[in-house]
Design a binder for this molecule. Structure first.
Ligand code: ZN
Length: 492
């Protein structure tokens, strides 16, 4: 049995001004054939799970194409055309192959606001045929659509946020496809979606209110007729009709049971709606709390500039407050390739005076003047061997400069947008995170896998931006209405 392995993964923020191009995928990760095995094989990622599953479940895995790009704005059509075109060539109409293990994100938005993941599935189906077995994994942030369900044989969705079960889900998908190809199972799946946006702040799967629904989904799988009981929480920053949480249940040949169970889980999500308020301090209040705290390090979570949710990574609201309130031993990482060049020209130990951040758009604050000394320059690559959100082992934040400012505050300037999913991001720069007073992370929930073990205190901060924690501040045009919490919804 030969199973093709591959994926095209992107989480697209409709409110970001930065389009996702073919170059964005090349810059992050775009691989073919055996190179996929080398990079993703040892990673805590679903593709690593697919490859490991081959041995466990008795098939030969054939790596084809794997593309991944850091979350940002909508994906350009010509980028997706190039990726799917090349992939379809590599798959050669499925000749000599028995099935496909496919890694998608589930919140890709195509230029023109289309459902990118469904479009990938549609193109693959057209080439491989209606009966070709496809088992597809999705991120917990997927905005699952009816098309994704109709175009795949089975969907397997992460169960954790921070995402620490990605490899496990890959293994589960590998088992399903092996059983499907052998004719042992005949999966039927159904989707149900409550009319709600699930605010990012409450998307932690190990805490209330979400933990109960996740436990319930797991419990449903004790029923031998149910192959997979999935819950996806949805990505609130994609302005598309399929935005929002979903339940997708895959059964052994019983479409009605699948629908009934999906409806039940969807109702359980809907029942949480009164517990989803968002009341957080602003930057000034949060910095004040941090400086008063003796539980260190204090992690300040800059929610409006969540890089893993597609924000630019150069918001200055918290940096400006830290300087204004005379913080000491604070670390801020900012995406600013221009400022990195200034530091490179100046050289290590030299004085610099640079305006940093606030350069991508007008949503994320003004550039801030920073005066200090170039503390170090680094080529930007680092490795993470622990289980961390996103499952990436080999990481690259681009050429990076650390500027030390008065009060031993450190501003790390990166040339690539890098979400804070690994402490190695700082350690590789010679920064000991546990010895700082304040660490600023541009994130929402995902950073927790890395930072929670060392944090003295975590303060979530309501900053403006493309990933504002409050959905009411976003200018949605294409989502379905009515939608909680934007509209009043009358009970049936
Ligand atoms: Zn995610």
């Amino acid at each position: 049995m030969k199973i093709a392995v591959g994926g095209i993964m992107h989480e697209s923020n409709s409110f970001s001004v930065r389009p996702t191009t073919l170059e964005s995928f090349r810059e992050s990760s775009l691989l073919e054939g055996e190179a996929i095995r080398a990079v993703w094989g040892p990673a805590h990622h679903e593709v690593g799970g697919f490859l490991a599953g081959a041995q466990t479940h008795g098939f030969e895995a054939v790596p084809t194409l794997m593309a991944w790009a850091t979350p940002s704005g909508m994906v350009q059509k010509r980028a997706l055309d190039a990726l799917t075109g090349r992939w379809i060539d590599l798959l050669a109409g499925g000749r000599g192959l028995d099935g496909l293990l496919l890694a998608l994100h589930g919140a890709m938005v195509l230029e023109g606001h289309e459902d990118g993941d469904a479009e990938i599935l549609r193109r693959l189906r057209r080439s491989l045929g209606r009966d070709f077995p496809i088992v597809c994994t999705l991120d917990f942030h997927a905005n699952v659509s009816e098309d994704m369900v109709a175009l795949s044989n089975a969907l397997v969705i992460y169960r954790t946020n921070p995402h620490t079960d990605q490899r496990e889900r890959g293994l589960q998908a590998a088992e399903l496809i092996a059983r499907l190809v052998r004719g042992e199972i005949r999966p039927r799946q159904a989707l149900a979606k409550p009319p709600m946006i699930f605010p990012i702040l409450h998307q932690n799967t190990s805490k209330p209110p979400l933990i109960g629904v996740m436990d319930e989904a797991r419990a449903r799988e004790k029923d031998s007729r149910i192959l997979v009981a999935n819950v996806a929480i949805g990505f609130p920053y994609a302005d598309v009709p399929e935005l929002g949480p979903a339940a997708v249940v895959v059964t052994q040949g019983d479409a009605e049971l699948a629908q009934r169970e999906a409806d039940r889980l969807s109702e359980a999500l809907w029942a949480l709606r009164d517990r989803l308020g968002t009341n957080l301090p602003d930057a000034a209040g949060a910095v004040r709390l941090a400086l008063e705290s003796d539980r260190r390090p204090v992690v300040l979570v800059e929610m409006g500039d969540n890089i893993g949710g597609g924000s630019p990574g150069d918001s200055t609201f918290i940096l400006a407050e830290l300087l204004r309130q005379k913080a000491e031993h604070a670390v801020v990482v900012l995406y600013d390739p221009e400022a990195v060049q200034t530091c490179l020209r100046a050289g290590v130990r030299q004085e610099v005076e640079i305006r940093v951040g606030g350069k991508t758009d007008r949503l994320h604050g003004e550039p801030v003047m920073v005066r200090g000394r170039v503390h170090c320059l680094h080529e930007g690559r680092y490795e993470e061997t622990e289980v961390r959100h996103g499952g990436k082992r080999f990481n690259d934040q681009g050429v990076t400069a650390v500027v030390e400012c008065p009060g031993q505050n450190l501003v790390a300037l990166t040339s690539l947008r890098e979400p804070p999913f690994s402490l190695q991001q700082l350690v590789s720069l010679g920064i000991a995170p546990e010895r700082q007073h304040v660490l600023v992370v541009k994130a929402a929930i995902a950073y927790r896998a890395a930072y929670e073990p060392i944090a003295g205190r975590i303060i979530e901060v309501d900053t403006p931006g493309a990933t504002t924690p409050n959905p009411a501040r976003l200018d949605y045009c294409r989502i379905r209405r009515p939608m909680f919490p934007l509209d009043a919804i009358r009970e049936a």
